[in-house]
Design a binder for this molecule. Sequence first.
Ligand code: BGC
Length: 801
Amino acid sequence: MEEKHPFGHFDDAAREYVITRPDTPWPWINYMGTRDFFSLISNTAGGYCFCRDAKFRRILRYRYNGVPMDAGGRYFYIKDGDIVWNPGWKPCKTPLDTYECRHGMGYTRICGEKNGLRAEVLFFVPPDARCEIHRVKLTNTGKTPKRFQLWSFVEWCLWNASTDMENFQRNLSTGEVEIEPDALYHKTEYRERRDHYAFYGVNRPYDGFDTDRETFIGMYNGFDAPQQVLAGTSGNSVAHGWSPVASHRFDLELKPGASDELIFVLGYVKNPQEAKFTAPAVINKAQARKMLQAYGTPSGADIAFATLKSYWDDILSRFSVASVVPELDRTVNIWNQYQCMITFFMSRSASYFESGIGRGMGFRDSNQDLAGIVHLIPERARQRILDIAATQFPDGGCYHQYQPLTKRGNNDIGGGFNDDPLWLIFGTVAYIKETGDFGILHEPVPFDNKPGTEVSLLEHLKISFAHVTDNLGPHGLPLIGRADWNDCLNLNCFSDNPDESFQTTENKTEGSKAESLMIAGLFVAEGKDFAELLAHPAVAADPKYVAKVRSAVAAMETAVKTHGWDGEWFLRAYGYYGDKIGSNENDEGKIFIESQGWCTMARIGADEGLCDKALDSAVEHLECEHGLVLNTPAYTHYIKDYGEISSYPQGYKENAGIFCHNNPWIIIGEAMAGREDAVWRHYCKITPSFTKDQALRKVEPYVFCQMVAGKDAARPGEGKNSWLTGTAAWTWKCVSEFILGIKPQYDGLLIEPCIPAAYGTYKIHRRFRNAEYDITIHYTGRHGKHFIPYTPGRHTLEIEL
Ligand code: BGC
């Protein structure tokens, strides 16, 4: 049984997290959507949705950093006598008799009860549909008949989430709506270049409506006290400019024990340019009506919800474990894989920490995300690899980010992050090992998306590899460029202007001696993988080239051992002037996690004992109660030569925070060194389902966060940046391949666990290409391995190692 927690608990059978009080320490959110329409929804129904691009196609308005936090969403107001309340408690915050929010796979169910009236709202996005469904069920749980009113409410964003917050001289005049018996339509800017609109419809005639925010809420009121609701009315307002909204009102009656149900559809429609209008200024509503028909009946909504359920059943049936540790099982079987999917869908664009307007898709981020989903949605992984590769330049460098809507590289950031190209090898290897699809290597892929420049994906991998060997520094180690994985270690930036960004400001790489041991480790690890791929009979690359790759890897290992070893651990970097960083000689930042992780995963100097020593040092200096911090001692002041890393207060983010993304690097290093106790200890510390103190952690107890405050912080253990983080894919790789030991190979599965023997007996179900494996593993701590060659069909095995 799970421990009792103040805010909620897991319901593993239903694959849900159940929140039992609405005032969680931070909004605990969920995501809906699987293809190109996505929604964020908090446990009090806050949040927003967008189609394809969180910046350019924002449908609902959302105010980041507002007071109170998390204001705006899909609100239902109930007026029962003089009392006004919401099923999700907010925004009125009227105390409820009961409250429950269940976040499930792609849906959220919020249920509130007050004075004998129960309101349950199921929110979901059907697979492949461009709409949210809000299914509202009202039940009279009391002994007397009830007459009450229900209002729906959403506020439209004027599409571009960025200008929506800025350009009021225009925005406040552009809003346009159409009002129909089936739906309220938001058609702002449709008259000109846009070919898309949104609508909020419902499956029965309403008794009143509003589309003008001021009329509905009142100029001096907040969401918690809309004047129409307080008065029991609707203004039947037609928005012209200002702030368009959509609200329906229903006057309802329920006998004791009776229930009633309304189905709302909040949708987005894109029309062909030539079929935009059905009459002058009248939008073509055919597609909206189709959606309203499809989902606006109980059976239509049932089918859509069942389809969503079976989508996730299928996804989550591909890999599962049954062990003696429930926290491990729920992480592996449900939440870690779910988070990998969401992170793949969203990249780093839209969460409660990412505003959906800032970042596009990261080159390195997206490649790493692949490791979490290649076994779940391989065909989408394939497309993503080709999209990412197309943002590469002919010299092997690449755009650091690209825009999801256009798939074009982002010029504001440009390139020059010298770890980036290697991640393409990482992502492609993960994909081919999972799928056996060597054919992807022959796909033609352009440079910088310019037609006519296509070369094969394999060529892209070759130039990625060469980008490192073409850019070596004085010690034969990789030059860092703007930064490596740690975007905040800016060794060529030297910024003293607070108005410029560390990421985008001009770098002084000319004459720089700044070299990265993180890239060196990554190069050795990925170089070995690359050589193995090239030598595989299905690729059969020119042996001379394979030998060249191997000798470049060997040369790098030598360079690391000669110039990258500090005596007890691996150095982190050399600075612009050739000064050591992450060395015992430094006063602060003596040791860093990234180079210990990557050099031990690459097994550099393993025979000489360097890996064991580096891992011991990580434990000694970096480990604390909640995980391994990124560096220590933390920087206590700004150092111009190091950049953003030293801009953070001690214990936060890249300055000695527990950056969960890189903890699995150490854990994998530990697993490769065969040290299962350390593996398990480090894993449990960062894995949310093992969290003891939910209030301290603050963010959702069902997903990993990017960062947990480190030992030098004011509140060590406080989590931030939940959901969209490379931590999802890395912890997945770590637990599935290195702890449970199921490692996809080009020709089969290699079973090689590293888990304390006390938990060493478990069952795995694994779909692998056209095969299904049921494997019972008994791991006794002998560090054995077992290879299962791939053959299609069903296989049941029992293995003792
Ligand atoms: C970025 C990554 C980066 C990491 C460490 C994350 O926020 O998305 O690209 O590697 O921070 O700086």
